[in-house]
Design a protein around this ligand. Sequence first.
Ligand code: IVH
Length: 677
Amino acid sequence: MDKKEAKRRIEELRTAISGHNRRYYVENAPVISDFEYDMLMQELAALEKKYPEYASADSPTMKVGSDIDTAPAARKQFIQRRHRYPMLSLGNTYDMGEVNAFFNRVREMEPDFTMSAELKFDGTAICLTYRNGELAMALTRGDGVEGDDVTDNVRKIGTIPGRLEHSEVPFPDEFEIRGEIYMPYKAFDRLNEEREIDEEQPFANPRNAASGSLKLLDPEEVEKRGLECTLYHMIGENLPFRTHVEALAAAKSWGLPISEHIRLCRTMEEVDAYITEWDSRRKFLPFATDGIVIKVNELDLQKRLGYTAKSPRWATAFKFQAERALTRLLSIDYQVGRTGAVTPVANLEPVQLSGTVVKRASLHNAEQIRLLDIHIGDYVYVEKGGEIIPKITGVELSKRNSEILPPDFPEYCPVCGTRLVRNEGEAKSFCPNSEGCPPQIKGAILHFIGRKAMNINAGEATVNQLFDAGFIKDSAGLYYLTEDRLLALEGWKEKSAKKFLSSIEASKSVPFPRVLFAIGIRYVGETTAKAIAAHFKSIDALASATREELLEVDEVGEIIADSVLGYFSDLGHLEFLLRLREAGVKMESGDSAVEGKVSDILAGSSIVVSGNFSIPREQMKKTIEAYGGKNTGSVSSKTDYLLAGEKPGPEKIKKAEKLGIKIISEEEFYKIINKES
Ligand code: IVH
C-alpha cells in the first residue's frame, strides 16, 4: 500500500468506525458483529502507527465511542454531567500472545504483583456516586468526559442499592463505583417477544437491549425491563484499600453487587487457566459475556502504570471469538413474512449456541444460497452476528456426503400460490397478494391491534386461532366477535373472552390519527398518520382528497400520496372501512388538542415560531400544542417565546427584542418540554 492509498484507507476506516459507533452506542442497533468492528479498529490502529503523519486526536482510535445522542430533535434528552474521573475503555485483543505481552510490560515495571481475572460483562457501562452511603448520581459513559445523567432510571434497578449497608469496613464519605448494566437472557427473550407482538424492531442482542432500556424516558418502564448490574471498579480520593480485590470485597460487604467469579491470579498460567475455564463455562451463564478482563491488583502499581488517552495500562481484555456451532442442515423452508417478503429458512439439527438452542437460521435470499453452495444434509456453521436471527456462515466441505441440491427458489407464493415478484435491484422476492395471503393478513391484523395502533389485548397466537377458525378475515372482523363464538374455541374461558371483548370495545375510543395508522396504508407510519389526520380531519375527506391536496401535507411526498390514492381506490378497502365505521371505530378527529396531548408543561404559553427546524414547521407547531402551548402568528406583548430556527424572520426578531420577549432555539425548546419527562 502506498502512502496515498494508506491515507485514503485511514479516512475510510475513520468514517466507517464513527458510523458504527453511532449505531452501536446511540441507536443500539449495530449492523456488524463486535469481531468485525474490532478488526476495523485494529486495521486503523496499525495504519496510524505505520503512518504517524496521519495520526489525529480526532481518530476513533484515540477516544471512546459516545453514547450521547446529539441529534437536535432527539427527544430522549438527559442532562449531561462531567465525569470527575474520565471514563475510559479497555485495550482488547483476541490473541493470547498480546495478553502475555501485557503481563511482561507490567513485570518490567514491577516484578512482584498480582492480578484480578474477571468476566467481561456485555452490557453498558455505568458510573455510580455514593455520598454518605446514599446513591447520589448515576452517569453513563457518554463520550468518556461527560455522560448522561440516568439516576432516576438506575434507582429502578433492583440490584443497585439506594442506600449502603453498614459492615465492619466503614464506607468512605464519597466514592465512585463503576460497573456494567446488563440484561439477562431471560428478560431479553421476554422483551423481544413483546416487541414482536407490538411490531417494534426487536433488539439484536442483550447489550443493545440493556443500553436502550437504560435510556428510556420513563423510569417505570425501565423497572419492567429486568435490568441487572455488576460493579467492578471503585475510585475515590484516599480510598483505604491496598488492592482492587480488597476494595471490591468491601463494596460487597456494603450490599453492592459484585461478581462471584473474580479470581486472584499470581502467574500467567493461572490467568491462562481462568480464560480456558470460562471460555466454556460462560455458555452456561444466564447473561452475556464477551471476554475476560485482567487487571493489576495493587492500586499503587495501577497508579504507576497510569493511562493512555483511551484506556488504562493496568488492565486489558481478552475477547472470546464469536461462538460458532456446527450442525446439519435438514431442509429449507420458504417463509412468507407479514410484509409478503419470502425468506429461505434453514431447518437445522438443534444445536446449542450462545445460551440458546438454535433450530432455524436465516439464509436471507436466493443469492445467499447460491454463494454458500449449500447441499441439503451438509454440515453448516451457524453464528450469531449483529442480528438476532442466527445465520449460516459456511459449509464444512470435509463432511459433505450429500449431492442433494436445495430446491429452486419458488416462483409462486408457498402459502397462497400467487406469482412472486422481485423488484429490480432487490435481492428479496415478494408475494404481492397482500389482501389474500394469510400470513400477510395476519400481519395486518397484528399491526392493527398493536399498542401504538388500536391497543387491543391479544397476541399472535390469538390472531392465528381466530383467523384459522375463519372467525375473522380482517381486522374489522374483531368488532363482530361474540362471547359465544369465542367460547366455542379451544382455550377460551368466560373470563378471558370478556377481557378480550372489552379491550376491543375500548379500542372504539382510540382517536382517529391512531386508527389511520392502524388500518395500515403502506408507508403511512405513526407520524405521517398524525399529520394526515390533522390536515384532513376525517376518513371521508381523506378518501376524496386529490393528489395535489395530499401533497399539501408536509409529511406527504409523492410515494405516500400515491399509496394513499391507491388504498382508497380499492373497493375491498372501502368495504373494510365501512365495517369499522359501522362497529363504532372513530373515523374523524375530535378535539385535536386532546388527541395528541403529551403534557401541559407549556400551558398558558403563547409561542411564535419562525425559521427552519430539524422537523417541518407544521410539526413543530403540533409539538407545541401537544405540550399544551398556543401557536400565534405574530409577535406581540402577549407572546411568551419566539421559537427561532435557522434563518428566522428578521422583523420578528427585531420586534421580540424590542418587546423584551424571550427568544429560544430549537434545542432550548426541547430542554423546556423535556424537563417534566
Ligand atoms: S474495568 C478503566 N472490568 O468493558 C476501564 N470493565 O471494553 C475499567 N467491562 O468500558 C473497566 N466487564 O464497560 C472492567 N470486569 C470488567 C468489565 C468491564 C465489562 C466493560 C466496561 C469497559 C468495557 C471495555
